[in-house]
Design a protein around this ligand. Structure first.
Ligand code: UT7
Length: 331
């Protein structure tokens, strides 16, 4: 990465819909229990949208908060990258819808599809525009309405996810703060472990695809779990080693929130300080592209993420996609 010009986060906004679904609510829908969900995942409750609320709505709310925090008008944003696996529709992109809702007249933009790693991929993509000098202000949003693609008769998947969004503004760092380095990988051989088969060009929507529940999340939970525990730590280790950073130097570890056991195993393998590990899956479940900015917000609210902190972000998601980012926190 070009050490001369770094991108830094200058604002953070997050939004979750007000309605909450608890584990007890799920006990009335599928054969499950609060005890099973808590012990296997760490999730207690999650926020869910009401009918008619889409990913662009959550993304726009989060972006408005970030813009207000930075004290700038949407017209100053030059590019919008929306990380999502649940766009409002196949096209146009959710970025276009957000651009219009925000009134970001001067911005172009696009969606980025990398499931649970999408926020990290979008962060680096947005950072490139800043580093090259192409743009001064880029809006990066991670937003998903996972409840739109959940099968509420499948207890193994429906209890895992929630809806939410987070947005950051990227600008040029004049010092050595900001985004330091990243490691990203994909392993497409894992595609069939976590996917939504229907609605694309392979299986366009038909009565049959609906009857076969092909428009819902399908997951081999154990395969994803094993891959996540191994790879999340692997990419973090690579990133720390090549930057000469020890695990004990990390002030704040903000991982994708898919399962508390994955987070704990990763933190333990890396040898991170327990107090540096941010977990909010209990409140939000897995919000896919939303988890990392939402966890940044939790860390700030709890006073555990402060200006100058060395931060490690990490993710594993459908694809498989894997990501890790090292940064010096700037707000
Ligand atoms: O962000 C995207 C990436 N996704 C992930 O990282 C998810 C990774 N995977 C996981 O988090 C875990 O594999 C799950 C939480 C999805 C499942 O936990 P597990 O410990 O791997 O459970 P399992 O799939 O091995 O299932 C164990 C048992 C099964 O019953 P039998 O066959 O032993 O009788 C399941 O049918 O638990 C049963 N089960 C449930 N029981 C009560 C599955 N879901 C539920 C449920 N309530 N909601």
């Amino acid at each position: 990465m070009n050490k001369a010009a770094r991108a830094k986060i200058t604002a953070l906004g997050t939004y979750v819909p007000p309605r909450v679904m608890t584990n007890t609510d799920f006990e009335k829908i599928v054969e499950t229990s609060n005890e099973w969900i808590m012990s296997r995942t760490g999730i207690r409750e999650r926020h869910v949208v009401d009918k008619g609320v889409a990913t662009s709505d959550l993304a726009t709310e989060a972006a408005r908060i970030a813009l207000a925090q930075r004290g700038i008008d949407a017209s100053e944003i030059e590019s919008i990258v929306v990380a999502t696996v649940t766009p409002d529709m196949l096209f146009p992109s959710t970025a276009c819808l957000v651009q219009d809702k925000l009134g970001a007249k001067g911005a172009w933009g696009f969606d980025l599809s990398a499931a649970c790693s999408a926020f990290l991929y979008a962060l680096q993509t947005g950072a490139q525009f800043i580093q090259t000098g192409a743009h001064k202000k880029v809006l990066v949003i991670g937003a998903d309405v996972m409840t739109a693609i959940l099968d509420y008769t499948d207890r193994a998947t429906c209890i895992l996810f929630g809806d939410g969004a987070g947005a950051v503004i990227l600008e040029r760092a004049e010092d050595d703060s900001g985004l330091i380095d990243f490691v990203h990988e994909v392993d497409g051989s894992g595609a069939c472990s976590l996917y939504m088969p229907g609605g694309g060009s392979l299986h366009p929507a038909t009565h049959e695809t609906v009857e076969k529940k092909m428009h819902f999340v399908h997951q081999d939970g154990q395969a994803v779990f094993k891959f996540a525990v191994r790879k999340m730590a692997d990419v973090c280790e690579t990133l720390l080693q090549r930057n000469g950073v020890k695990a004990s130097d990390i002030d704040c570890f903000i991982p994708h929130q898919a399962n508390q056991r994955i987070i704990n195993a990763t933190a333990e393998r890396l040898g991170l300080k327990p107090e540096s590990v941010i977990i909010n899956i209990d409140r939000y479940g897995n919000t896919t592209a939303g988890t990392i900015p939402l966890a940044m917000q939790t860390a700030r609210d709890e006073g555990r993420l402060k200006k100058g902190d060395l931060v490690l972000l990490a993710s594993v998601g459908a694809g498989f996609t894997v990501g890790a980012t090292l940064l010096r926190w700037t707000i």
